[in-house]
Design a protein around this ligand. Structure first.
Ligand code: NAI
Length: 506
């Protein structure tokens, strides 16, 4: 399907944060853009805001003044809705309210030409429900941009029950022509990103609630071992707890209160306290004048005279860590075994979702210390460790010393199932697998959405393939056993792939 050509006029209704950004994207792509807002002066203010943003680029020498003038010249504020009648694509980005959006869509249907496409930027309302009152719901499609629209590459092209395939394909092709990375999604709660990302916040919140460690340490582990841009607490402070908590509640309630999406009491309390994050100076962290962000818990230097690491069995994804230890001057001895490292009296193993205490007792392993997943063990600057209750202090110290010899900072956590990065990634992959099974989007589009919409270092399903579906399935099964909670139940597709010994892409 062809993209709309630049001769097609685009209309954007609602000139707030999103509408202005979308108008900028369309104008930068060469379209004439009508910008309408019911508030007097808002459309002009939206256009001025775009000019201000672009001026910064001109000042930095990244854009020519004449290009800025041309883009701004193409954005035309219009006072009356009637003036958008000849637009070929109308994108609404007004207040998130079903009835108000329905009324707008009814008006647009009456005044726009029969072949005009109507698109909604809604992030939480069903496109099917929005189309229900329309004469021709097949011409309504979701065109879900991410904030800030000019910078974020992802556009979810959301198909309601009645959306015509041709309409969705035209919008998909148009988003591509605008330099975006579009993905198709069916109109299900949270679409792709706002659904699949829930565990990213939920698992850190849960670990904080269970006093695994503090917020700054969890954030540091997610960044430095997981290679995510931000930890869950930094990110929710930035998003605003009111907004993030509302999305969680919306997804939870839309899925008939499936425990998988259970909101967090800690976040509820922050909202109740008015600690909304950066925007009002206090969230998990303080942001006022002179406020200092707390340091993550980092183990002091541990000494060990040991020089030999015995690698028992296949280290799997942790193989680059062995290489780092070798490069640090340690002697590596390989022999058969269950996939673990021995350093002096310490036994180190990658978490399989069981608490160290339970695993040590069940497997009869003395002095067990579990380590967390890293996105890339050859680069991770920090790793989380958790020791079994039965493990001696000397063994814990040896385990810390070993990682420190490889230049890895160690955060020692209380013994909780699945540690931090492993648990988060397993739950992200689980949600992604469930979304794929339910036909929300293709496997490739889900991974693309999580990378382009949230800057994840890797799509959860390709990450799961790298870890081995069997390992992810084990981790989830073990976490589910630990809590006896439905929240951690492995998704059917993950379970099936684990038994078929295959990945999502193979
Ligand atoms: P906003 O509050 O910044 O802007 C909304 C604008 O719509 C306001 O200027 C308001 O005057 C105008 N408006 C309200 N009712 C109107 C009507 N009947 N006709 C014309 N104009 C009307 O809101 P924001 O953040 O730009 O969100 C807009 C839409 O985009 C919502 O549906 C929201 O869910 C969605 N969205 C928001 C994202 C975000 O991060 N803020 C991300 C993706 C989607």
């Amino acid at each position: 399907m062809q993209a709309l050509d630049t001769q097609t006029t685009i209309a954007v209704i609602g000139a707030g944060a999103m509408g202005s950004g979308i108008a900028q994207v369309a104008a930068q792509a060469g379209h004439r853009v009508y910008l309408h807002d019911q508030r007097d002066g808002a459309a002009e203010a939206g256009r001025d805001g775009v000019a201000k943003q672009l001026q910064r680029r001109v000042d930095k020498g990244k854009m020519q003044q004449q290009d800025l003038d041309a883009i701004i010249g193409r954005i035309q504020p219009v006072a009356n809705l009637d003036e958008v009648a000849d637009a070929g694509l109308v994108i609404e980005a007004i207040i998130e309210d079903l009835d108000i959006k329905r009324e707008l869509l009814a008006n647009l249907e009456n005044l726009c030409t029969g072949d005009a496409i109507l698109a909604t930027n809604t992030s939480s309302i069903s496109v099917t429900a929005l189309g229900a009152g329309m004469k021709k719901p097949e011409r309504l499609v979701g065109m879900h941009f991410f904030n800030p629209a000019p910078l974020m590459a992802l556009v979810e092209v959301v198909m309601g029950l009645a959306t015509s395939k041709a309409v969705a394909e035209t919008v998909h092709a148009t988003a591509t022509a605008w330099g975006k990375k579009p993905v198709y999604a069916t109109s299900t709660p949270g679409f792709i990103v706002n659904r699949v990302a829930r565990p990213f916040y939920a698992e850190s919140l849960r670990l904080l609630q269970e006093q695994a460690t503090d917020a700054a340490t969890l954030d540091a582990i997610i960044r430095e071992a997981g290679q995510f841009r931000m930890g869950a607490f930094e990110l929710t402070d930035l998003i605003g707890h009111d907004v993030n908590y509302a999305v969680t509640n919306s997804v939870f309630n839309s899925y008939f209160q499936d425990p998988r999406f259970l909101p967090s009491l800690i976040q509820k309390e922050l909202v109740e306290a008015g600690r909304l994050g950066r925007k009002n100076g206090q969230g998990f962290y303080p942001y006022g004048e002179g406020a200092e962000k707390p340091e993550p818990q980092t183990e002091p230097a541990h000494q060990s005279d040991e020089t030999v690491v015995i690698v028992e069995g296949n280290p799997g994804v942790a193989a680059p860590l062995i290489q780092r230890l070798r490069e640090a001057g340690l002697t590596i001895v390989e022999r058969d075994g269950p996939g673990q490292l021995r350093f002096g009296n310490a036994v180190l193993a990658l978490t399989d979702g069981r608490m160290a205490t339970e695993r040590a007792a069940t497997d009869g392993t003395s002095n067990l210390v579990l380590f967390d997943l890293a996105f890339d063990y050859s680069k991770a600057s920090r790793l989380a460790l958790a020791a079994a209750d039965q493990t001696s202090e000397a063994a814990v110290s040896n385990a810390c010393a070993l990682l420190q010899k490889a230049g890895v900072a160690v955060s020692l956590l209380a013994d909780r199932p699945g540690l931090v990065v492993m648990r988060t990634v397993a739950m992200l992959a689980n949600e992604a697998a469930d979304a794929a099974l339910h036909g929300v989007a293709t496997i490739a589009d889900i991974d693309l959405a999580m990378k382009a919409g949230l800057n994840y270092p890797e799509g959860p399903l390709s990450w799961s393939d790298r870890l081995g579906t069997g390992h992810v399935f084990n981790v989830l099964t073990n976490i589910q056993n630990s809590y006896a909670e439905d929240r951690y139940r492995p998704a059917l597709l993950l379970r099936k792939n684990a038994f078929a010994q295959k990945g999502f892409y193979s």
